[in-house]
Design a protein around this ligand. Structure first.
Ligand SMILES: Nc1ncnc2c1ncn2[C@@H]1O[C@H](COP(=O)(O)OP(=O)(O)OP(=O)(O)O)[C@@H](O)[C@H]1O
Length: 241
């Protein structure tokens, strides 16, 4: 006789096909020697850091805006930048706009998770915001260029999930950038030349998501599916900053 079967109490269990449901459950509990717990079988998944990167104009902002509308538990970490505000941008929503001096002070005081000089302007992610949001149990999404993603990979390793967003072709990416009408011709040249190099760096990411023309919703669904799969992982990423 096995230890388990010896531990079973000798109570009469009513026939499963005819018994009253709660009588049956109570008899099973008595027989097994303990109440059936309503506690979760697995712990709540850890808050996740999602890094979304990709060349200029692939639709990072568009994807993240839609994603945070759909997922209430996911919060966007607002980057600090020394660049000027573009028409339609909002302080504290798109970026925190600071002076170069303010930015360099933040660097000195080690307040940034990563920072870089991009197209002549500083950009960086405030650590405090990430910590505060994760402390409240929220997942966070960080938006960085490829250079920033590589720095974050060095800082965070496997503690975050890294997604490379791309358009379906170089031509589509350029069209999106041109249609946006926010860059001067010199900036367009630099961004497109940089993008050509950046697409070669996809292998250092965990996932690649194609944001096809007119199919933003599909790209967002793919990102959501990745997040859901990450949340269901047995061995969770454990980001402690
Ligand atoms: N799937 C899509 N189909 C068509 N247009 C799109 C799609 N996704 C984004 N766009 C448009 O492409 C343009 C560039 O997108 P967005 O500004 O989100 O790119 P980005 O990757 O954030 O660029 P940057 O890094 O330069 O800020 C925007 O005008 C946006 O509305």
């Amino acid at each position: 006789m096995s230890t388990d079967s010896r531990a079973l109490r000798t109570v009469s269990i009513p026939a499963a096909d005819v018994a009253d449901r709660s009588d049956l459950i109570r008899a099973l509990e008595t027989s097994l020697g303990s109440h059936f717990s309503s506690d979760p079988i697995v712990p709540t998944p850890n808050p996740l850091i999602v890094v979304i990167s990709g060349p200029s104009g692939v639709g990072k902002d568009a994807v993240i805006n839609r994603l945070t509308e759909l997922r209430r538990n996911l919060h966007f970490v607002v980057t600090c930048t020394s660049r000027a505000m573009r028409p339609g941008e909002t302080e504290g929503k798109d970026y925190y706009f600071v002076t170069k001096e303010q930015f360099l002070r933040m660097v000195d005081q080690d307040e940034l998770l990563e920072h870089a000089l991009v197209y002549g302007e500083y950009k960086g992610i405030p650590k405090k915001q990430v910590r505060d949001l994760m402390g409240k149990g929220y997942d966070v999404v960080l938006r960085v260029d490829i250079q920033g993603a590589e720095t974050l990979r060095r800082v965070l390793g496997q503690k975050a999930v890294f997604m490379f967003l791309t358009a379906e072709s170089e031509a589509k990416m350029v069209e999106r950038l041109v249609d946006r009408r926010t860059e001067r011709k010199e900036e367009l040249l630099v961004r497109i030349a940089t993008a050509r190099e950046e697409v070669k760096r996809v292998s250092s990411f965990d996932y690649v998501v194609v944001n096809r023309e007119g199919e933003l919703e599909k790209a967002v669904q793919t990102v959501e599916a990745i997040i859901d799969a990450e949340k269901a992982k047995v061995r969770q990423r454990n980001a402690v900053l």
